[in-house]
Design a binder for this molecule. Structure first.
Ligand SMILES: Cc1cc2nc3c(=O)[nH]c(=O)nc-3n(C[C@H](O)[C@H](O)[C@H](O)COP(=O)(O)OP(=O)(O)OC[C@H]3O[C@@H](n4cnc5c(N)ncnc54)[C@H](O)[C@@H]3O)c2cc1C
Length: 449
């Protein structure tokens, strides 16, 4: 039996991280890939479609590793564009429960920059691929034929005044947390997908500063952690390209930071340690203060669909969004694209291609489950968080992971193991090293004396 899926034209809705990376993957299998993006993507500024780009974005080590496989020149280009290569332990100062964590070379390094530079540099890589084309257009819905194939309705041209329908042999929705796939599918007769929400009520306020002269040689980022259940305020400084700091204030559940100048400084002064305040109080701001409110985490259960289009896939934030605090979003998006690669490689020449999209959604859900548990489990340490609680074993695992976090300032092994789990380079099993368990016991005994 010959291949069922034509491999001519792939469509991608959204030209941000998931859209760009998935397009690069699709170009391995399809003759032409069209990325449909509603924003003008020529500019390297923060776009309307990605307002989160005003805020600190860190790329996990796992994300960096996978991106290097997909774009071998990306890291070099990032560094040449001014990104900083930093080790998450050697160059990171974390204030946890009254102590600073130890600093040593851990090999857990990534590049740090503004989110706009990161996306812009990936786009430059994608633009080199002559099978990929960009289209400025707003996708407004789906149409279907009787064969369960969907095509997309697009508004394009001046003021998006002309409408057209474009068929893709495969269509990938990478349109982010405001994706309309759920509604679009219902409009053409599919059932409403179930959703799981964990509402933690998160607030960000971020401002750019020029790095003052006395700090210009300091290649470090600083994080003053919050402490559940009563101290939700957190703050951090991240050096980025152009000798600038991105400074973010964050809170969960209550006491959310605002965009008022005085309140921003006051917020930094009332963190568990004053280092961030001391560093920014006389620094020269380079931007206004940008705010962002996140309801929490959300997964749309496309994997549970009984009937699903035979050429439609949803990835990245369009399927699953996390509390951004854990810095997982872009890495999970990239891992989703890697999974797409594995799926296409394995299944495209087989006769069961009709099931490929739904099977993909099922596997994606499985792979996202662990980071979901990690981040929502943390969120439930706050009494203000609402939603479906993790199971008892997951809560026990969470409590154990937290005890390793609080051991981090006192143990290099704890600091490294915890980071390896957070950076997704090792499974949570890394926290169960016998030496670590002994150290934990000794610390607990010491605290009791
Ligand atoms: C405050 C904040 C801080 C964060 N910090 C981090 C961090 O430190 N590390 C990390 O890894 N992640 C972080 N994240 C998460 C990260 O931003 C997302 O996970 C990531 O951007 C997901 O990429 P995406 O391509 O799936 O979606 P998005 O980046 O949201 O992109 C969606 C794209 O689709 C386009 N689009 C939308 N609808 C349409 C349409 N109908 N037609 C055409 N185009 C459309 C949009 O214009 C946009 O370009 C943070 C998020 C927030 C909110």
């Amino acid at each position: 039996m010959g291949p069922i899926m034509e491999r001519k034209h792939a469509l991608v809705i959204g030209g941000s991280i998931s859209g760009l990376v998935s397009a690069q993957i699709l170009a391995k299998y399809f003759e032409i890939v069209t990325i449909i993006e509603k924003d003008d993507i020529k500019s390297s500024d923060v776009r309307n479609g990605t307002p989160q780009a005003n805020h600190i974005h860190t790329l996990l080590v796992k994300g960096k590793q996978v991106l290097s496989e997909i774009f071998p020149e990306l890291e070099k280009e990032m560094m040449e564009s001014g990104a900083l290569g930093l080790d998450y332990i050697l160059n990171g100062q974390y204030f946890i429960d009254g102590y600073w964590t130890p600093r040593f070379s851990s090999g857990l390094d990534s590049y740090f920059s503004s989110r706009t530079l990161f996306e812009f540099t990936i786009r430059k890589q994608v633009e080199k691929n002559n099978k990929i084309q960009f289209m400025n257009g707003l996708v407004t819905g789906l149409v279907t034929d009787n064969n369960k194939h969907v095509s997309v309705k697009i508004k394009s041209g001046k003021d998006f005044s002309s409408e057209q329908i474009l068929h893709g042999d495969i269509v990938v929705d990478a349109s982010g947390r405001n994706s309309k796939t759920s509604e679009w599918l219902q409009d053409i007769g599919y059932a409403k997908p179930e959703e799981t929400h964990v509402d933690s009520n998160i607030g960000y306020a971020t401002r750019c500063y020029k790095i003052p002269k006395e700090y210009q040689n300091l290649k470090e980022f600083i994080v003053i952690l919050n402490h559940p259940p009563h101290q939700p305020k957190m703050g951090g400084i991240l050096p980025i390209e152009g000798k600038r700091w991105k400074v973010t204030m964050y809170s969960i559940g209550k006491d959310l930071p605002t965009t008022d100048e005085k309140e921003f400084l006051e917020f930094s002064r009332t963190l568990a340690d004053q280092r961030v305040y001391d560093m920014i109080k006389n620094a020269e701001p380079e931007s206004e203060i940008h705010g962002y409110r996140v309801r929490g985490s959300r997964v749309i259960h496309y994997e549970r669909a009984k009937v699903w289009p035979e050429n439609y896939i949803v990835i990245g934030d369009a399927v699953c969004t996390f509390n951004p605090f854990y810095g997982q979003g872009m890495t999970i998006a990239v891992l989703g694209c890697k999974l797409l690669d594995e799926f296409l490689k394995k299944n495209l020449s087989e006769s069961n291609q009709k099931k490929l999209p739904l099977e993909f959604q099922k596997e994606l859900y499985k792979r996202n489950s662990h980071p979901w548990l990690l981040s929502t489990g943390e969120d439930f340490r706050w009494p203000t968080t609402k939603g479906q609680r993790p199971s008892a074993p997951a809560r026990m695992m969470q409590a154990y992971a937290d005890s390793i976090l609080y051991l981090s300032p006192h143990s290099k092994l704890a600091a490294k193991s915890f980071q390896e789990m957070m950076q997704m380079t090792r499974s949570p099993l890394v926290l169960f090293h016998p030496k670590l368990m002994v150290q934990l016991l000794m610390r607990k005994m010491k605290l009791k004396i």
